[in-house]
Design a protein. Structure first.
Length: 566
């Protein structure tokens, strides 16, 4: 029985000063050097900083972005079609994640390992053949077989294994202990390819050779042994009939291997790593309880990997919380005071994020001729990407209103800017108006927002039916403006869909929304802008069954602008 090597043996990689992505699975491809500080755009497009082959159809034209932050590289998936996967988990679109040395990054058909150039690469020759008389057998493991000396060794190393911070440090502790406790001269920590098949690649995460084998330049790994271990999820060893010799090329016997064993490190139903051990004909035979000892070590490794995953998730949670807090502080910094007055115009407002940073926007400002401009908007989606687009829109629209003093010109300018210079599929609903106290009029544009209500001092509150168009970033068609009169004492109340579309509390399958009629009923008996904000918030919270201070399901914004008596 003979076979040929599917790939030439890997060679040791010399340390380099910069981070890079080393390919470990997929079609042959060179490593990707990350040259700071970025950002580096990766994809199939001609203008990408890291250009992937045009034939790689599972890589989007603009797939991901990498940038260096305080000495650590971060990656953002640019809403790619087939996704970017970090350590097996698909990254949310447009949300930045930190990379750590040793992380696995999957882009299209390739899996890369993140390297800072300071670690040691582990080259191995992968063989598929088996010699005459050789077969794989499942090892029945009983922990009670472990002799006292190795049990003491296991207990001594348990703390070190639990304290391992990454796979490299885990391998360093485990491999040394395996050689001391089993008698095998080769110990390795290997990662099978996803959906392990007899032809899958195998990555050697860490390895250790002792005795005469220390002078050898490479490792020999049996793909069949690893495949059997992963598919059966049990310890598997190589068995050779007495007196049998190899009649094939590229078998373990050709490499002088007499005994070999592979032990799965199980994480639920997955086998992310395996322990691989073998010894030569010239080595002393392995210990009788080696299988039980290795299985106990594998169980400790599984616990350590789970701890690493929890630690990494906690780090990401803390980093995400810091990012959200920073975004909230930026948002608060660009918002106007919660209440104020410009001549005859008084206002009060509230912008309250839901469970994440807010995608709502609001501003009010006095123009040079005494008119007052204001707007309320809402970005689709949630989280940091929505908050960034909200802040961009708010800043640019405030500047455009100061410059033009005309709501339709300002909104048209901002829409053109957003269509040309911002990426992604998000859009912005917006209600923008300019109040002229001298003439008692409001000129406004409603860009797909729809939530505005006029509350005269002597009449029922009614919705404002204003002209406008589609939300921003949907079309480059020009917006039109509407104009209507406003009596002294009247309030114009603007709000977001977090008010009108707030569902009722309870567990009913179909829960009625708060709606505009309840908004009008709440405002009916009120006369002050601050009362509008306070009572409308209280009404929404009570309707949703949410206590004050608890997070809402969606962002909530209320602004009341009143024209005072002359």
């Amino acid at each position: 029985m003979s076979s040929s090597l599917p790939h030439p043996p890997s060679t040791l990689t010399a340390p380099i000063a910069e981070w890079r992505l080393e390919p470990i699975m997929g079609p042959p491809t060179p490593a990707i050097a990350l040259t700071g500080p970025g950002p580096l755009r990766l994809g199939r497009a001609l203008d990408c900083d890291i250009r992937m082959p045009e034939t790689a159809r599972t890589v989007s034209r603009s797939h991901a972005k990498l940038r260096l932050v305080a000495g650590q590289w971060h990656i953002t998936d640019l809403e790619s079609t087939h996704g970017t996967f970090l350590n097996g988990d698909r990254l949310p679109g447009n949300q930045e994640r930190a990379l750590h040395v040793g992380d696995r990054l999957r882009l299209g058909p390739w899996t890369y390992r993140v390297s800072d150039g300071m670690g040691t690469s582990h080259a191995a020759t992968i063989i598929d053949g088996m010699g005459a008389g050789e077969r794989l057998v499942t090892v029945e493991v009983r922990t009670s077989q472990i002799q006292r000396r190795r049990l003491e060794l296991l207990l001594d190393a348990a703390k070190k294994i639990a304290a391992a911070s990454d796979e490299a440090s885990l391998g360093e502790v485990v491999l040394r202990m395996l050689q001391e406790g089993t008698g095998y001269s080769l110990t390795a920590l290997v990662r099978p390819g996803p959906m392990m098949t007899p032809a899958s690649n195998i990555e050697v995460v860490a390895s250790k050779l002792v005795g005469p084998r220390q002078t050898q330049s490479g490792l020999v790994i049996s793909r069949q042994l690893v495949h059997a271990c992963c598919t059966q999820k049990q310890t598997v060893s190589l068995s050779r009939d007495a007196g049998s010799t190899s009649g094939a090329m590229h078998t373990l016997a050709d490499a002088g291997v007499r005994n070999a064993m592979c032990v799965p490190i199980l994480q639920g139903s997955d086998t992310p790593l395996c322990l691989y051990l073998d010894s030569l004909h010239s080595d002393r035979p392995p210990e009788e309880d080696a299988g039980a000892f290795c299985q106990a070590v594998a169980d400790l490794c599984a616990l350590a990997l789970a701890n690493m995953q929890r630690g990494r998730l906690e780090q990401e949670r803390v980093a995400d919380a810091k990012e959200k807090q920073a975004a909230l502080e930026i948002q608060r910094g660009i918002l106007p005071p919660a209440a104020g007055q410009f001549g005859r115009v008084r206002y009060a407002m509230l912008v309250q994020p839901g469970r994440q940073v807010s995608g709502d926007l609001f501003d009010i400002l006095q123009l040079e001729d005494g008119r007052v401009a204001f707007f309320v908007g809402d970005v689709t989606g949630k989280g940091v990407p929505a908050a960034i687009l909200a802040a961009t829109t708010q800043s640019y629209l405030s500047a455009a209103l100061r410059h033009y003093g005309c709501p339709e010109r300002a909104v048209n300018t901002v829409n053109q800017h957003l269509c040309l210079r911002t990426a992604g599929q998000k859009f912005v609903t917006l209600w923008c108006g300019v109040l002229d106290p001298a003439h008692g009029s409001i000129r406004c544009v409603d860009a797909g927002h729809g939530y505005a209500m006029i509350a005269p001092p002597d009449a029922e509150p009614t919705p404002v039916d204003a002209a406008g168009g589609l939300p921003l970033r949907v079309s480059d068609e020009l917006y039109t403006a509407a104009e209507f009169a406003i009596k002294p004492g009247s309030r114009l109340v603007l709000y977001s869909d977090g008010v009108a579309e707030q569902p009722a509390g309870g567990k009913q399958a179909k829960r009625e929304m708060f709606g505009t009629e309840r908004v009008a009923a709440t405002l009916k008996s009120l006369r002050e802008p601050q009362h509008d904000v306070d009572h409308l918030l209280a009404a929404v919270l009570a309707y949703a069954g949410i206590k004050k201070g608890e997070p809402l399901a969606d962002d909530l914004t209320v602004a009341s602008v009143q024209l005072g008596d002359g």
